[in-house]
Design a protein around this ligand. Sequence first.
Ligand SMILES: Cc1cc2nc3c(=O)[nH]c(=O)nc-3n(C[C@H](O)[C@H](O)[C@H](O)COP(=O)(O)O)c2cc1C
Length: 108
Amino acid sequence: MALLHLSYVSTLAEDASLADLVRDLESFRSRNLSLGITGCIAFEGRRIMQVLEGPTERVQALYETIARDPRHHDVIQIERKTISRVSFGHWGMIRRPIADVLFLSQLS
Ligand SMILES: Cc1cc2nc3c(=O)[nH]c(=O)nc-3n(C[C@H](O)[C@H](O)[C@H](O)COP(=O)(O)O)c2cc1C
């Protein structure tokens, strides 16, 4: 099965709440796991960076959904590559400091 590694950066919308988004991470994590998607996310001020990995079509579809989400804007894809195995094991979506997300995104 072809696996995709995709990362992007974005900016939290003025009217969006970081606390609400952080609360939603638990549901993102379980939805991702049910889709076979894993990854990590970082918040620094209003900047967001997220890495998604998993079956190509599912990761692409989730990215398109996320990119349209009005809670953030200026979504810029920074990497999109085929990988032979995922880096994040069983983490459906884990929050890490931005330096860790950058580091982890370079491992695959
Ligand atoms: C920064 C950010 C990251 C998100 N990450 C995920 C994610 O990893 N998994 C997920 O299911 N939804 C994530 N979402 C939420 C999706 O954009 C969307 O609201 C959710 O998947 C429900 O989509 P649906 O209403 O089309 O089912 C994220 C949203 C934002 C703003």
